[in-house]
Write a protein that binds this ligand. Structure first.
Ligand SMILES: Cc1cc2nc3c(=O)[nH]c(=O)nc-3n(C[C@H](O)[C@H](O)[C@H](O)COP(=O)(O)OP(=O)(O)OC[C@H]3O[C@@H](n4cnc5c(N)ncnc54)[C@H](O)[C@@H]3O)c2cc1C
Ligand code: SF4
Length: 477
């Protein structure tokens, strides 16, 4: 049992951020860690409820949250780390960039502020790295089975680590020059510094995971060859096909997919590129109001954009300034303002883009109109109506399309395998097994664009299924 009355005596301490003018001068993480003493106090706010919703329905990887909250309050940080390691291969990623559905389902969120679960998670793993508790755990027995993992995002990495620890020989193939998927090339350093990925990769390499970078499976190596050389294949290629905006003028220069902008910026930061799409001195329009759009804003701001607009077609969510969750224990649909939004941008909702115009082939203006949404009743789809006379234009120099992703990149090499896809174009699986024996899929390639914590979870679960399948094969030999 945690601290009796802990939550009555102590309020929630929110995450702290570096001052805007300071953090805009670099790309380093915007948050400031609280001390372990402060977070031990926060752990003491956990009520250790009989039914911990944070663990059971909040956290996709079912982290043992009440147990580690109790442990840190008692100063048992090593114990907390050991409990955390059971369910989460990479708490340093989730402790930084998870949207923390655990906190919205914390029982305290019914009428109070939730426990700082995400900050606690980050503090536990950072202390573990500082103390040298994060060590390689190579397998004691080798099975002689081989698995090829295609894609090195959180799904591929989690699967690779689990499979290697189970004794299989694992090779991760990545088409980019560096490992990490969207953790490295999508998410900017100001949310997740790349040294955090490199630190973890050292452990995987020491455990015996082999990484092959700069290899595009399907182009450089055929899938058939890979299958012949391995006992199982895991597709973990993410959902890289961005949603298009098919309006007149779309092909003008200066209109880019958000991921082209973000990946170039990340490559510039890590020294892979000398130059790229640049927002310096430009009026930037980000179309799309989600996480990717927000990352574009923070990046454009650091590059020196003069003005930044963000237009979203959906209605503005409810403004909610209370600490408790109006939809407890579910995820609330409320207005979220990220650290990047606070660095300066103008946000508008209910806006539809109708066309772009250019000068000399380069975008110079966007045209828009305002719309209204009518919510569908009894399962009908919501409908859109245009507000008459609401057309307007905006002079822009750079447009970033951040309207989400439709599915994985449908290369011919992959489609030629004949693996069944679902109605949205993702790889269809039963559990994590595709319809072709020995081929598995996990993460965004399987469920569509989602979250790091879900990809991590799917990677772990797919690894378990692959392991069971391989072991069955071994028994039959
Ligand atoms: C800009 C942005 C910001 C985000 N921010 C957050 C956030 O703050 N919090 C959060 O929880 N989620 C966030 N997400 C979502 C999250 O990053 C993804 O859900 C997660 O990374 C998916 O993991 P994955 O392993 O399935 O795929 P990915 O991370 O996409 O990795 C797939 C990898 O496969 C490689 N690959 C693809 N095809 C091949 C091939 N043929 N051969 C070899 N390699 C191949 C790709 O190069 C890539 O490295 C964000 C996404 C974006 C785009
Ligand atoms: S992984 Fe996400 S949901 Fe789970 S405990 Fe950490 S922050 Fe919460």
């Amino acid at each position: 049992m945690g601290k009796i009355n802990g939550f009555l005596e102590k309020g929630r301490e929110e995450l702290r951020y570096r001052e805007v003018d300071v953090r805009l001068s670099d790309y380093n993480e915007v948050t400031i860690d609280r001390t372990v003493e402060e977070l031990a106090e926060q752990g003491g706010r956990c009520m250790e409820c009989g039914t911990p919703f944070c663990h059971s329905i909040g956290c996709p990887i079912v982290n043992l949250i009440p147990e580690w909250n109790n442990a840190i309050w008692r100063g048992q940080w090593r114990e907390a780390f050991e409990r955390l390691e059971i369910t989460n291969n990479f708490p340093e990623f989730t402790g930084r960039i998870c949207p923390a559905p655990c906190e919205t389902s914390c029982t305290l969120s019914i009428n109070d502020a939730p426990v700082t679960i995400k900050q606690n998670e980050r503090a536990i793993i950072e202390k573990a790295f500082d103390e040298g508790w994060v060590v390689p755990r190579p397998p004691r027995v080798e099975t002689g089975k081989t698995v090829a993992v295609i894609g090195s995002g959180p799904a591929g990495l989690a699967a690779a680590q689990q499979l290697r620890r189970a004794g299989h020989r694992v090779t991760v193939f990545e088409k980019n020059r560096k490992i990490g998927g969207l953790l490295r090339y999508g998410i900017p350093d100001f949310k997740l510094e790349k040294r955090i990925i490199d630190r973890r990769l050292e452990q995987l390499i020491a455990e015996g995971v082999v990484f092959e970078t700069g290899v595009n499976i399907g182009e450089d190596i055929s899938i058939r060859y890979l299958r012949n050389k391995n006992d199982a294949i895991l597709f973990a290629m993410g959902a890289g096909q961005p949603r298009e905006l098919p309006v007149p003028g779309r092909n003008l220069k200066g209109i880019h997919f958000a991921m082209d902008f973000l990946s170039q910026s990340n490559r510039r930061q890590n020294g892979e590129l000398a130059s790229g799409i640049d927002a310096r001195g430009k009026t930037v329009l980000v179309i799309g109001g989600g996480d990717t759009g927000s990352d574009c804003i923070g990046t454009a701001r650091r590059q020196g954009a003069s003005e930044i607009y963000q237009y979203e077609i959906m209605p503005k969510p409810m403004v909610w300034n209370e600490t408790w969750n109006p939809s407890w224990p579910n995820w609330p649909n409320i207005l979220r303002t990220s650290s990047s939004h606070k660095e300066g941008c103008r946000r508008e909702w209910n806006i539809e883009t109708t066309s772009f115009e250019g000068t000399g082939g380069v975008v110079s203006r966007g045209k828009f109109r305002r719309i209204e949404w009518t919510l569908g009743v009894k399962g009908e789809k919501p409908s859109i109506s245009v507000i008459p006379g609401s057309d307007f234009s905006l002079d822009v120099d750079l447009v970033l399309l951040a309207m989400g992703f439709v599915h994985f990149e449908h290369s011919k090499a992959l489609l030629d395998q004949g693996i069944e896809l679902d109605e949205r174009g993702n790889i269809k699986t039963d559990g994590y097994h595709t319809d072709i024996e020995g081929f598995f899929a996990a993460g965004d390639v399987n469920v569509g664009a989602s979250l790091v914590v879900r990809a991590l979870n799917h990677g772990r679960l797919a690894a378990r299924e692959i392991h069971q399948w391989l072991i069955k094969e071994l028994k039959h030999q």
